[in-house]
Design a protein. Structure first.
Length: 94
């Protein structure tokens, strides 16, 4: 991962532990998908519990790994939304 944004020079990791919020986002989205998926599949198809566990354990391991990069992007967007004054000024115009 780059230290700064290539176009606006925004520093991505501002301090130690900055991306803990991204971990929370990743966990929340994964939990919502797993719980919703489990109950939806149980209601629509009614598979065995063993099949349900196999499917959702696999999704529960693979999805957070695939969504990790996007959760960091979402965390940067949330941080920028709530504190835009911390973002750097575009230096190309100066």
């Amino acid at each position: 991962m780059h230290l700064n944004c290539l176009s606006c020079d925004l520093r991505f990791e501002r301090e130690q532990g900055y991306f803990v919020g991204a971990i929370y986002i990743n966990y929340a989205v994964t939990a919502i998908i797993l719980i919703t998926g489990f109950f939806s599949l149980d209601y629509l198809i009614k598979p065995s519990l063993g099949l349900q566990l196999a499917v959702w354990c696999t999704v529960g391991v693979c999805f957070p790994l695939l969504f990790f990069r996007y959760s960091r992007s979402l965390w940067l967007a949330v941080d920028y939304f709530f504190s835009p004054e911390d973002a750097p000024v575009d230096r190309r115009e100066a």
